[in-house]
Write a protein that binds this ligand. Structure first.
Ligand SMILES: [Zn+2]
Length: 83
């Protein structure tokens, strides 16, 4: 048991960086679709929206972020696919 705990402790200290929601930290309760520079941080090179697992965004903000990105795409501010 002590061994197990040790392993877990090591693992977390090695490659589990503490993730937090950037929007929660900055008290942003509304995500503007015109803020392209911000939204660009949350899409892949190929234009896909990044998952919560990668960015650490909370459920509330991920939902709003997707809506904002989709709006921005519709308004041709962000690309659908990058080839
Ligand atoms: Zn959040």
């Amino acid at each position: 048991m002590a061994n197990n705990q040790n392993k877990r402790g090591n693992k977390s200290s090695y490659f589990q960086k503490k993730k937090f929601c950037w929007f929660c930290k900055h008290n942003m309760w509304y995500i503007d679709y015109k803020d392209v520079n911000l939204l660009k941080n949350y899409i892949h090179e190929n234009g896909k929206i990044m998952s919560r697992r990668l960015t650490g965004t909370c459920h509330y903000h991920q939902k709003r972020l997707t809506i904002a990105i989709k709006r921005a795409r519709h308004m041709a501010l962000l690309p659908f696919i990058v080839k």
